[in-house]
Design a protein around this ligand. Structure first.
Ligand code: HEC
Ligand code: HEC
Ligand code: HEC
Ligand code: HEC
Ligand code: HEC
Ligand code: HEC
Ligand code: HEC
Ligand code: HEC
Ligand code: HEC
Ligand code: HEC
Ligand code: HEC
Length: 490
């Protein structure tokens, strides 16, 4: 038994190399183009020996056309046999498209090649190529005569090489100017400052490269709503990696950003209501750089849109206190990804209260007075308005005209909005000043409502007395008439 096993292992060992030899030979057809070009010492032939196409059995004629099985130069490089020579740039996609296009060729079937030419031709790059022979073609990103499998680190399309491949053109202002003078040329430079770029430079292929966000063949202008970097598509583009627990596991960072963002005021505004003024992931994290321009850290980004809040916060006691404790500003109270609609009850020590996270002692904390006063002011405004509304509606039911007072209440909202912004001064007096006009209107409206109700009752009493008097007068008059009649009869 043992002997049989040893024999079988022996057989397997000698048979294996033969099997693989047979396979490579099978894929290497006679390529007289290659032999002659090797003889004449052409660089193309030398580098082609390591090309993925060479390994797959594609001859020089596979791309250039002609007859690869004859030794004579003229017979081989014969236009009648389809020889096309050196293709013009605009003809390269079609050249590659013989096998990577729509047509179902043997190579395509055998290797299950995708159609990428159609995508390329519809892309912004395909359009640039139509416009000028300087435009990008397949070989701008894959090289030529030494094309490597894209999963090989030798390929210019391999993740850690992609940024440089794109930068060849996109960091070249003279080149880009010819196509689109308005297009920035700083993407690569900025990319290197991002966590993605730093890790990529260090040789990690997993963080986002240019093609993770822009796609590879079907790159569209960024303002095209179908682009993966169009605001409404960005969250999903980032989520492909950042919500993929297995993919992100080795980095030990949370993978809940997209889930949380979707439920936030920002996510709802952008994804459900198509409000393009609401931030997508890149509004806060930057497109290419570590953070957007003009923002020194992600935590300060909120101020680019919520300037009033940020100005107040910057002047408040919390700025220095938070900086000292290394707390990230707005995010402490509002969160970064799960920003929810704020409400007055956040200003409290207890349960839903956000101040209570740090100011715990209602009696001894120096902030206690302010917290209570701010909340009281806001409550006075909201409750006061509600009371005024109830009173006014009662007056209306009684048929009194209180439309002026009802109308005046509309301006309370403005005060309320301003007072809620002023919360970010964390000073009771500022909130009170902002609330003052509203409180005055509320008081006025309440007064008008009460006056109207009073008047109603006053009028009702008045009417009663008048009716009584009139009735009395009528009775007296009647009696008088009867008296006169009786007198006349008598
Ligand atoms: C017997 C040798 C020989 C054979 C076989 C041969 N070539 Fe060439 N080829 C040459 C020489 C020499 C040149 C450069 C001189 C010239 O342009 O005529 C050349 C030039 C070329 C060029 C560049 C043409 C240009 O306009 O710059 C291409 C492309 C080419 N060969 C492709 C092929 C292909 C494809 C085949 C096979 C179908 C092939 N060759 C077979 C010898 C050969
Ligand atoms: C996968 C397709 C492909 C294969 C296979 C291929 N070529 Fe090319 N070759 C091209 C393209 C595309 C160009 C044009 C490059 C450019 O515009 O710079 C080219 C250009 C050339 C040129 C002109 C170079 C120059 O600088 O003007 C020569 C010569 C050439 N090829 C020879 C060969 C030979 C010999 C083989 C086989 C050993 C071969 N090619 C295999 C695609 C191919
Ligand atoms: C702007 C750069 C760029 C251009 C232009 C480009 N590619 Fe690619 N291509 C890539 C990248 C990057 C990948 C690797 C896939 C990835 O990581 O998304 C790739 C992958 C591929 C693959 C292997 C995967 C697949 O999708 O089948 C083939 C084949 C390919 N490209 C052929 C072409 C052909 C043919 C053209 C011209 C019609 C072309 N490429 C134009 C960047 C480019
Ligand atoms: C005659 C058919 C043919 C032509 C023409 C052709 N290819 Fe290919 N290509 C192949 C085959 C076959 C493979 C091998 C696929 C494999 O090994 O899985 C391949 C592989 C590739 C790969 C690697 C794919 C991967 O999965 O990593 C790239 C990139 C590529 N080709 C680009 C090009 C470009 C660019 C051109 C035009 C300059 C071109 N090809 C022209 C047949 C062709
Ligand atoms: C993490 C995703 C991401 C990566 C990685 C990325 N981009 Fe971008 N790119 C974007 C976003 C988002 C925009 C802006 C969209 C907008 O303005 O609405 C953009 C815009 C662009 C633009 C249009 C001009 C501009 O700067 O606004 C170009 C060109 C561009 N990127 C090229 C690149 C290149 C080259 C790389 C690699 C060095 C790259 N991008 C890496 C997401 C990315
Ligand atoms: C051979 C040069 C070249 C290479 C390489 C190249 N590009 Fe481009 N790219 C261009 C040109 C030219 C345009 C068209 C500019 C225009 O007309 O608006 C363009 C446009 C773009 C745009 C659209 C910008 C906009 O919104 O108008 C994006 C995004 C882009 N390229 C990304 C990439 C990425 C990602 C890579 C690498 C995978 C890459 N490019 C490689 C030349 C190149
Ligand atoms: C191809 C996958 C991929 C895509 C797509 C991607 N990322 Fe990343 N991202 C990563 C990886 C991997 C890291 C590295 C994590 C680390 O080292 O902490 C990373 C890191 C980050 C970091 C830094 C995290 C930290 O460590 O503090 C931020 C912020 C980030 N990405 C935001 C984005 C945004 C925003 C987008 C979309 C515009 C995006 N990413 C798209 C894979 C991706
Ligand atoms: C309103 C601004 C904002 C938006 C929108 C936003 N982020 Fe963030 N993000 C932040 C802030 C602030 C941090 C914390 C940064 C710090 O601590 O330095 C952060 C942290 C991160 C981190 C680091 C890991 C973590 O969770 O702490 C990643 C990754 C990340 N965000 C990805 C995303 C993705 C993906 C999206 C879109 C789905 C997104 N962010 C949307 C502001 C935002
Ligand atoms: C790109 C601009 C932009 C950025 C950056 C931004 N926001 Fe917003 N934010 C908005 C818009 C627009 C809305 C209104 C959404 C809606 O319609 O409800 C909003 C709503 C809010 C609301 C709810 C307001 C309300 O009255 O319901 C809060 C709280 C908020 N953002 C906090 C933040 C915080 C905290 C940050 C930073 C981590 C931030 N925002 C970053 C644009 C932005
Ligand atoms: C110490 C906690 C705290 C910090 C820090 C904080 N907020 Fe607020 N924020 C609140 C509270 C409490 C409310 C609710 C006010 C209300 O509804 O009564 C609020 C309400 C808001 C609102 C809705 C009301 C309005 O102003 O339209 C926005 C927007 C907002 N904050 C943005 C920010 C931004 C931006 C920052 C950073 C510059 C920030 N907040 C910092 C506690 C905080
Ligand atoms: C993340 C912790 C934190 C949160 C949440 C917080 N504070 Fe503070 N607050 C501080 C710190 C720290 C100080 C500085 C204390 C000191 O200097 O003695 C401070 C100081 C203050 C002061 C000044 C007190 C004095 O010394 O006169 C006021 C007023 C104040 N906070 C109000 C609020 C209000 C209102 C809220 C809720 C909307 C709030 N704080 C939420 C940490 C916080």
């Amino acid at each position: 038994m043992k002997k049989i096993i040893i024999f079988l292992v022996f057989l397997a060992v000698i048979a294996l190399p033969n099997v693989s030899n047979a396979r490579t030979q099978e894929k290497k057809p006679v390529d007289k183009c290659l032999s002659c070009h090797t003889d004449i010492g052409s660089d193309e032939a030398a580098s082609y020996m390591s090309d993925v196409h060479f390994k797959a059995g594609v001859t020089c004629a596979g791309c250039h056309g002609g007859n690869a099985s004859v030794e004579d130069q003229d017979a081989a490089m014969n236009p009648k046999k389809g020889y096309i020579g050196v293709p013009k740039p605009s003809a390269i996609p079609q050249m590659c498209g013989k096998c990577h296009g729509l047509a179902r060729t043997t190579f395509r079937n055998e290797y299950h090649l995708d159609d990428v030419v159609d995508q390329f031709m519809s892309s912004v790059h395909g359009r640039a190529l139509n416009q000028s022979s300087d435009g990008p073609t397949c070989i701008s990103c894959h090289g030529i005569h030494n094309i490597a499998d894209v999963s090989s680190v030798k390929s210019p399309a391999y993740p850690t090489n992609v940024p440089k491949t794109c930068a060849k053109c996109h960091s070249n202002p003279d080149y880009m100017k010819k196509f689109n003078p308005g297009l920035p040329v700083d993407q690569y430079e900025k990319y290197l400052t991002s966590v993605h770029g730093e890790r990529n430079e260090a040789g990690d292929p997993k963080p986002a490269t240019c093609v993770s966000c822009h796609s590879n063949h079907l790159i569209r202008p960024v303002k095209d709503p179908r682009s993966p970097v169009y605001p409404t598509n960005i969250p999903e583009t980032c989520a492909r990696c950042h919500s993929n627990k297995a993919y992100m596991a080795e980095y030990h960072i949370p993978t809940d950003q997209y889930e949380n963002y979707k439920q936030s005021v920002h996510g709802i505004a952008l994804l459900q209501n198509s409000d393009l003024s609401a931030p997508a992931c890149n509004s806060c994290h930057g497109n290419h750089g570590a953070v957007p321009p003009g923002v020194s850290s992600v935590a300060s980004v909120c101020g680019t849109c919520h300037q009033a809040n940020a100005d107040l916060f910057d002047k408040s006691v919390h700025r220095a206190a938070f900086a000292k404790a290394k707390l990230p500003g707005c995010v402490v109270c509002h969160s970064n990804h799960l920003v929810k609609p704020p409400f007055d009850a956040m200003i409290a020590f207890d349960g839903g209260g956000v101040c209570g996270k740090c100011h715990k002692n209602m009696t001894s904390d120096p902030a206690a007075g302010a917290i209570i006063a701010i909340r009281w002011t806001l409550d006075s405004l909201t409750r006061g308005r509600k009371d005024a509304e109830a009173l006014l509606s009662r007056a209306e039911q009684l048929g009194m005209d209180v439309s002026d007072a009802v109308y005046s209440l509309k301006d309370v909202n403005q005060s309320l909005v301003e007072a809620r912004v002023q919360v970010h001064s964390f000073a009771a007096t500022s909130v009170e000043s902002a609330a003052a006009p509203g409180l005055k209107i509320v008081a006025g409206a309440q007064k008008s409502a009460l006056a109207a109700v009073d008047e109603y009752y006053f009028r009702r009493h008045g009417l009663g007395v008048a009716t009584l008097i009139i009735t009395l007068l009528a009775v007296l008059l009647f009696l008088k008439i009867r008296q006169i009649e009786r007198r006349n009869k008598g």
